[in-house]
Design a protein. Sequence first.
Length: 190
Amino acid sequence: MSDAGPAGPDLDRTDADDLVPISVRLGAVVPPEDPEDWTRPLTWVAALGMLAGPLVTLAWFLAAPPTDAAAPLPATYVVAGALAGGAAATGATQLGTARAWTATVGAGLFGALVVVVLGVVMAGERQVQVASPTLAHAVAAGLGGLAGAAAAAVVAAVVSRLRSRLVRFAPALAVGIAGAILAVAAVMAG
């Protein structure tokens, strides 16, 4: 019997050790040099950007939920625009092409998911063969906002090297809202 263990006899021990940081090998996990700090304004901008669409949706469904799913309502466009705008704001907090693109898409995905979940939770009664109006508008707004966030992510990636956050945010916001409005109209038309 060989005492090579489960890794096999040819595994060089130093190669495996190089993959693990020295602080972990020594038994002490060192926190990152710059952990996320909730006292920073950009952290709040990113968090509120991810929650913009869901907060608008919650306010809409609590104040005056939709009663008909036949056509998009102005609030459907507002929710989709808030999703895309919030994603653009989150992406504008990041420097670098990959980070800006990823933050924008991630915020759009998260916001759209929460909007659809709110549509399901606030649906009230279960309907057969027809989706409830809250769910129908939530899905349309979520898809529209996600399309707007995808368009905003492309713009965010292009302008990500600019220093001014406002200059990075404004074009992504404009393209994102336009994309969201067009997508909601296309989704609700069919």
